[in-house]
Ligand binder design. Structure first.
Ligand SMILES: *[C@@H]1O[C@H](CO)[C@@H](O)[C@H](O)[C@H]1NC(C)=O
Ligand SMILES: *[C@@H]1O[C@H](CO)[C@@H](O)[C@H](O)[C@H]1NC(C)=O
Ligand SMILES: *[C@@H]1O[C@H](CO)[C@@H](O)[C@H](O)[C@H]1NC(C)=O
Ligand SMILES: *[C@@H]1O[C@H](CO)[C@@H](O)[C@H](O)[C@H]1NC(C)=O
Ligand SMILES: *[C@@H]1O[C@H](CO)[C@@H](O)[C@H](O)[C@H]1NC(C)=O
Length: 383
């Protein structure tokens, strides 16, 4: 079923499940937020690269990334088993006591060069705060740091370990923990429904999760995403090893953890149309990273169709997203409709929204409240 425009539904709230969890901090005015941490054991079949760069040679690493982001990609030589016990830090927010909570948690998975803080609006107010919007409507939210990013204590091998395949296995284990209130579930409760919410790279790994583990997510919300990535613009970010751009923050990080150093290029890549010009400036002062192992898969390896996934899917991508869409509105709409049809052919329901005057960082543009509204109108039909 293809539904491009959805009728606003009344907010029918689920049963109250307000539990007395300790809270600290106040990431969101509407909800109550606290830092949490998960210990997860995971095993993945990661890619072996046929011609890996010398991990101590910046030139080779940057060339490898450039080649990975070209049409042919980098040559691979099969797979290898990677496993370990991983610590995943997150921000957990729940509806405030005055709001009737739902038995549903949105797991928020960030994109490249960002970490879990991107969902809170970077201090620019609640209009950009995903947690606040969702918590106000009864959803719990859990914004995670993917392995190797944010405040996660482990800094694994960027090329061989920090890859999309392992991210998906770790997130699969996280979802199991959240559903069962296993001993390592830092939330201290079980959730009946899990909504996987991604941005950019966090969305690109979702089809792999949905295909391998079709019952993990009760819905997918994918932002800053389509199945027609403009690889040349992803390659144009002017990457440099993070340890050389921000030596204090990234002391001890292998050179394969790269970041963006050029502020002009950063704004051009992530922001287009109508946005507060102070946000990209603040944003680039403390960038996160992408690893050579993550970047090298972007040109093709991650383009899977999630055949077999039979739950609802919603895509929200800016009309002027230079990585994943293309103006005018009708062109972007066609790209998003085709993505739903091709990548999620068995989804029970599909909707999409392309905000105008909006670039890649969907939730950090002036259209953020409108996008959040459209997304939650869609979810309202199912949760
Ligand atoms: C780094 O790799 C480049 C390209 O292969 C090579 O020309 C250069 O000599 C290497 N640098 C060092 C310090 O090994
Ligand atoms: C994770 O830790 C447990 C307990 O220490 C250990 O038994 C297990 O082998 C570890 N798993 C991996 C994949 O390293
Ligand atoms: C996470 O990202 C935010 C904003 O992009 C930044 O301020 C913060 O320093 C980052 N955290 C880490 C640990 O890199
Ligand atoms: C930064 O990026 C802009 C836009 O791509 C480019 O014009 C400029 O030359 C770059 N600056 C440096 C120092 O590389
Ligand atoms: C995904 O499905 C579309 C439509 O059937 C097809 O054209 C495309 O080749 C598929 N992609 C992959 C990676 O299988």
């Amino acid at each position: 079923m293809l539904t491009s425009h959805l009728v606003p539904a009344a907010f029918l709230l689920g049963a109250s499940l307000s539990t007395a969890l300790p809270t600290s901090g106040s990431e969101s005015a509407a909800g109550q937020c606290s830092p949490v941490s998960f210990k997860l054991s995971a095993t993945a079949q990661n890619t072996i690269f046929a011609s890996p760069p010398d991990p101590s040679n910046e030139t080779q690493i940057l060339n490898f990334i450039t080649q990975g982001l070209s049409a042919g990609g980098v040559p691979t030589a099969g797979t290898q088993t990677v496993s370990g016990n991983f610590t995943i830090d997150a921000i957990y927010c729940k509806p405030s006591p005055g709001v009737v909570g739902r038995d549903a948690v949105q797991i928020l998975v960030h994109g490249i060069l960002y970490n879990k803080t991107m969902w809170s609006g970077l201090g620019f107010g609640d209009q950009y705060n995903w947690h606040a919007f969702a918590n106000d409507r009864g959803y719990h939210t859990l914004a995670i740091d993917r392995l190797g990013h944010g405040t996660n204590p482990q800094i694994p091998d960027p090329l061989n370990v920090v890859q999309g395949w392992l991210h998906v296995e770790i997130i699969h284990k996280l979802i199991q923990a959240v559903r069962t209130n296993a001993a390592n579930n830092a939330l201290d409760r079980a959730f009946g429904k899990v909504i996987y919410t991604g941005h950019s790279y966090g969305s690109q790994i979702a089809p792999w999760l949905a295909r391998n583990y079709p019952s993990d997510a009760d819905a997918l919300v994918l932002t800053g995403y389509s199945n027609s990535p403009n690889i040349a613009t992803i390659a144009s970010l002017q990457y440099r090893p993070a340890a050389r751009v921000k030596p204090q923050r990234f002391a001890g990080y292998p050179l394969g953890y790269v970041t963006q150093s050029n502020a002009t290029q950063h704004t051009l890549s992530f922001y287009t149309g109508a946005y507060d010009p102070a946000i990209p400036v603040a944003d680039l002062r403390f960038p996160d990273t992408v690893t050579d192992g993550e970047a090298s898969a972007l040109s093709g390896q991650l383009l899977f169709n999630a055949t077999g996934y039979a739950k609802p899917v919603f895509i929200a991508t800016g009309v002027s997203d230079v990585f994943f869409c293309s103006p005018p509105l009708a062109t972007c709409n066609a790209i998003l409709a085709a993505t739903g049809r091709d990548v999620f052919p068995t989804a029970s329901s599909f909707g999409y929204f392309a905000p105008e005057q909006t670039g890649h960082d969907l939730s950090l543009h002036y259209s953020a409240p409108l996008s959040l509204c459209k997304i939650h109108e869609f979810l309202e039909g199912f949760f």
